[in-house]
Design a protein around this ligand. Structure first.
Ligand code: NAD
Length: 323
């Protein structure tokens, strides 16, 4: 099979590329990425072909998709705070870009698997979140991801395109970058702890999230590609592991054996309070995928961080000459 991954040089995309090239039955993996938040380094040492360009470029997209048996559509302008800064940019990539990907796939009826987000549940208070609940986006990012999945499902009905829209919750693991203003919580905490800096927690820290290890996400996506899984409704991609942000900080401190110092900052606009997935549909569609437990995933993530040059322990200094 030939697979195209839009956003393939990003955090989840590059983990998926690595998973796919290791699977029998996969002939070619192409990552189409404009490198706006992703990096070519994420694909270093793999057999993946990186095509540098935007999903907003229909001609390029059509050419790349024309040789694909399946497209995993991950390209997006991610993060809630980014969308508050520039809502239109989020809309353009996440909504318009998705229509462009679907148009490219419509030509040959190519299977499309796309990333939506748990943020679409927004202000809906029920827990766990199941796919039958209403959607009430709280940010332009969430609205644009709702558009992503709505278009994917609409192309499934209107054009009988084989489609699957997966609502990712909080994904974490190796290749997820820290050290920038929009960093996700796990890398932001790991980075701060490794630098012996205080953790910044927005709000009281009792907000909860459902964390999924990226290796588990990559396995679900690879399985979806290889078995051509489709669904006429969106499907949560998380297993109901609900922990508070404070609990996460304690778990990471224990993995790193680091002291925990916390600074609380005001809660962020657009963030949801609680998040936890109902996983019935996911388990029905992917009965063979067992999630990596949180503490194991955090340990794996920390090992990856520890291998990065910026966190390497300084070489032992030779003592200064005396006298
Ligand atoms: P990421 O930023 O690492 O990946 C997105 C990739 O898309 C990047 O490599 C970026 O360069 C690329 N991209 C952006 N605009 C593009 C364009 N116009 N054309 C081509 N490529 C473009 O983020 P990620 O965490 O790997 O997210 C992957 C997908 O999962 C996104 O759709 C995101 O909305 C969704 N998602 C992620 C999470 C999470 O916890 N990481 C949660 C919910 C949903």
């Amino acid at each position: 099979m030939n697979i195209v991954i839009t956003g393939g040089a990003g955090f989840i995309g590059a983990n998926l590329c690595r998973e796919l090239v290791s699977r029998p039955g996969i002939r070619e993996v192409v990552a189409l990425d404009d490198l706006s938040t992703g990096s070519a380094d994420n694909l270093a040492g793999t057999d993946v072909e990186l095509v540098e360009g935007s999903i907003l470029d229909q001609q390029l997209l059509d050419a790349v998709v024309s040789r694909a048996d399946a497209v995993v559509h991950l390209a997006a302008r991610p993060s809630v705070p980014r969308s508050l800064t520039n809502p239109f940019a989020s809309h353009e990539v996440n909504a318009t870009g998705t229509v462009r990907v679907l148009e490219a796939c419509r030509v040959r009826g190519t299977h499309v698997i796309a990333a939506s987000s748990s943020s679409v549940y927004g202000s809906v208070p029920e827990l766990p979140k199941h796919e039958g609940l209403a959607t009430r986006p709280l940010s332009p990012y969430a609205a644009s991801k709702l558009a992503t999945e709505a278009y994917v499902l609409a192309y499934g009905s209107a054009f009988e395109l084989p489609t699957l829209a997966l609502r990712f919750f909080n994904v974490y693991g190796p290749l997820q970058p820290a050290g920038h203003a929009y960093a996700a919580v796990v890398p932001a905490f790991a980075d701060a702890m490794m630098r012996r800096m205080p953790l910044r927690i927005f709000g009281d820290g009792r907000q909860t999230r459902d964390f999924t290890y990226v290796g588990t996400v990559a396995r679900v996506l690879a399985d979806a590609v290889l078995r051509r899984v489709t669904s006429s409704s969106p499907v949560n991609l998380a297993f109901g592991t609900r922990v508070s942000v404070l609990d996460l900080a304690h778990r990471l401190a224990s993995v790193l054996d680091a002291p925990l110092e916390i600074v609380h900052e005001p809660a962020r606009r657009g963030d949801v309070r609680d998040s936890q997935a109902a996983d019935r549909l996911l388990r029905e569609l992917f009965p063979d995928v067992a999630p990596v437990p949180l503490d194991e995933g955090l340990a794996e993530t920390v090992r990856w961080f520890q291998g990065l040059p910026q966190y390497a322990a300084p070489a032992a200094q030779s003592p200064a000459p005396v006298g």
